[in-house]
Design a protein. Structure first.
Length: 148
């Protein structure tokens, strides 16, 4: 029951995230664990940036939920690869995210501190990248949770 409750909490938070200001970022406080998984459509750097972004947006201490989050974040590679327009939005978005990160902290987004990542995310609020990424991620999170 606890895992289901935690999952529902995360989905609710994700939906609020999609429709609200960046103030919700202050709620979360865990440093991202940037994965270096096998990607088909993303470079390792792009995959690490996406995973760091997801870990910054939605963080939990529950290992089962964390596994679903990582699985869903990694599934974004396949989602993006299924449509050339989506892949371009993701790649352009990650490129802009890393550009903003280098400007703010001299490092790629995945290498910034949690606090610095929150500030960089505020600079891309309302971007086509987040408008596409958040619904895609929430869809993949639901699939990942069912598979655990």
């Amino acid at each position: 029951m606890y895992v289901r409750r935690e999952f529902l909490k995360l989905v609710t938070i994700g939906m609020v995230v999609a429709a609200s200001s960046p103030a919700w970022l202050e709620v979360f406080g865990k440093k991202a664990e940037a994965a270096s998984g096998d990607f088909t459509n993303f470079t390792v750097e792009e995959g690490q940036a996406l995973n760091a972004m997801i870990s910054t947006l939605i963080s939990t201490e529950n290992d089962v939920v964390e596994k679903a989050i990582v699985k869903a974040a990694n599934a974004l590679d396949a989602v993006a690869g299924s449509d050339p327009d989506t892949l371009k939005i993701y790649k352009d978005g990650v490129r802009d995210l890393n550009k903003q990160a280098r400007r703010a902290g001299g490092k790629d987004f995945a290498d910034l501190s949690f606090e610095d990542r929150k500030e960089v995310l505020k600079t891309v609020e309302g971007s086509p990248f987040l408008a596409v990424l958040i619904p895609d991620f929430l869809s993949e999170l639901g699939k990942a949770a069912k598979s655990l």
